[in-house]
Design a protein around this ligand. Structure first.
Ligand SMILES: [Ca+2]
Ligand SMILES: [Ca+2]
Length: 495
């Protein structure tokens, strides 16, 4: 609900509230963080925090990115617990999570000569197409090449995708692409080194592929650059829309590829196929038909300074608010520290109690929100002693329900006092068929799923309100009770 309010009234809010201007514009993207081809943001682009990363800090953000070969259990589309699309690397090179990491403000993908790596015992089932096994040449002798692939944990449809990067200086691809629901957009496959045809070290290969009927129709084109793609960092931008993909390099428009190009040999029509969600990838692959990387060229790094994805307001699909759980206030009174789990990337606000609506609460928040990139966030008190609650806001403006209230004393000798803003009881918990919510009448009860969706809303008519939950699938939920006096929230397990 809050999110829709933000979305529909986006401009009005920005004009009215300085704090929200800070929140929406500066918290998730600074003024220079618009597409390089659109620095004044004529396109109305909003940075999508689920797919954008400056790669600062010490480690890859695993809520946003998955390393191919590392566990992806629980994420839709994950195969065998480790791979999306079942893609383990292109023979003979195998993807390993060892070969990608964040360092010096960059995402590094590295291709290695890796004789000690325990390669999968796995060969192409169609050797006439691809005559290799992982880690072996066509004669079965060692050819120990490992590479890396990083993909987004979520999928999206449409947007402006931009990367600042430098290709690996070896005969291996450095690629930026999306795939999902039968579609594949290869924004580029670069070769930093190409022994037999040196001009290929100065070009991008761009492809569109429809996988539903066996790899066609497809469209391939080559875009020349004035530089060896392995020599320097450049900005490559791709605007994926509902009729085309536009290509930009270093902010300059290069080409627009539409259904007219993609379907040129397809008598079935001119429709644009790329209209459903896809997952974002960066990776390195051997294209053995071109040639293989030499041991002398390895290791070779595909270096990525940032990946940024913007969407227009109408393209934003994130409608679920972050969920706060496991609030730990045991140190709040003594040190001012509170910690909480947040279900997704968000800004975390420490808010004084007594503010009746989400919006008013954010207005009353401190002006220094914490950007939560890990599941567990710690927020310290910057204000005066008092009773506080926490709110989280995701990149799309969805506002969480408030946490339970807690007391922070700046005086470390002050006693701890736990204050729920609104006290109520839920039982039984865990529950199966019904729950009873015990509190004052004239409250509103909401049951919220762990994804932040409201699944039930009840206006409370009696002190002990019975609510059927037999129709809810088992799992974690939250019960919030709110009145003019405030809001309280409790966890609820449905069995
Ligand atoms: Ca960076
Ligand atoms: Ca969200």
């Amino acid at each position: 609900m809050a999110r829709n309010y933000f979305k529909k009234n986006h401009m009005i809010i920005l004009n009215q509230l300085t704090l929200l201007t800070i929140l929406l514009v500066y918290a998730f993207g600074t003024a220079q963080d618009y597409p390089f081809s659109d620095p004044t943001n004529q396109g109305g682009w909003i940075l999508n925090g689920d797919f954008s990363d400056e790669f600062e800090g010490d480690a890859l953000n695993k809520t946003r990115w998955h390393l191919q070969g590392e566990s992806c259990l629980g994420i839709p589309g994950c195969r065998e617990g480790k791979w999306f699309n079942g893609f383990k690397g292109r023979w003979p090179a195998e993807f390993t999570p060892n070969n990608a990491w964040v360092e010096g403000g960059k995402l590094i993908l590295e291709t290695r000569w890796d004789p000690d790596y325990p390669f999968l015992d796995n060969c192409d089932p169609n050797p006439s197409r691809d005559p290799y096994c992982f880690g072996k040449d066509v004669n079965g002798d060692p050819l120990p090449i490992t590479t890396a692939a990083v993909n987004s944990t979520k999928e999206f449809t449409y947007g402006y995708m931009e990367i600042l990067c430098k290709a690996a200086d070896a005969e291996i691809t450095s690629s930026f692409w999306t795939i999902g629901n039968g579609g594949e957009i290869d924004m580029f496959e670069m070769f930093g080194k190409y022994e037999n045809r040196k001009y290929k070290e100065k070009e991008l290969k761009f492809n569109l592929i429809d996988w539903r009927n066996g790899f066609k129709p497809r469209f391939d084109t080559f875009i020349s650059t004035d530089w060896r793609v392995a020599d320097d960092f450049h900005v490559y931008g791709f605007e994926w829309g509902d009729t085309s993909v536009k290509i930009f390099i270093d902010g300059q428009y290069i080409a627009e590829i539409s259904a007219r190009h993609f379907n040129k040999n397809n008598e079935n029509g001119k429709e644009w196929f790329f209209t459903t969600p896809e997952r974002l990838w960066v990776d390195q692959e051997v294209f053995y038909w071109n040639g293989l990387p030499n041991e002398a060229d390895l290791p070779a790094q595909f270096q990525i300074e940032y990946i940024r994805v913007w969407q227009k307001d109408s393209q934003i699909e994130d409608v679920t608010a972050p969920v706060l759980s496991n609030l730990d206030t045991s140190q709040a009174a003594s040190s001012g520290l509170v910690s909480v789990n947040v279900s997704e990337q968000a800004q975390l606000y420490l808010v004084p109690t007594g503010t009746p609506s989400d919006l008013d609460a954010i207005k009353a928040a401190d002006t220094n929100p914490l950007t939560v990139t890990e599941a567990k966030a710690t927020k310290s008190n910057r204000g005066t002693a008092g009773t506080y609650i926490l709110y989280a806001i995701d990149w799309a403006g969805n506002i969480s329900l408030a946490s339970e209230a807690f007391t922070i004393a700046n005086d470390p000798t002050a006693s701890t006092q736990s204050n729920n803003l609104l006290e109520f009881n839920v039982y039984p918990n865990p529950a199966k068929d019904y729950i009873t919510v015990n509190s004052e009448i004239n409250n509103t009860i909401k049951i919220i799923s762990s994804l932040g969706l409201e699944v039930k809303t009840i206006n409370k008519a009696s002190k002990s309100q019975e609510i059927s939950v037999a129709d809810l699938t088992s799992g974690l939920y939250f019960v919030s009770v709110s009145s003019d006096n405030g809001t309280g929230i409790k966890k609820l397990i449905i069995q």
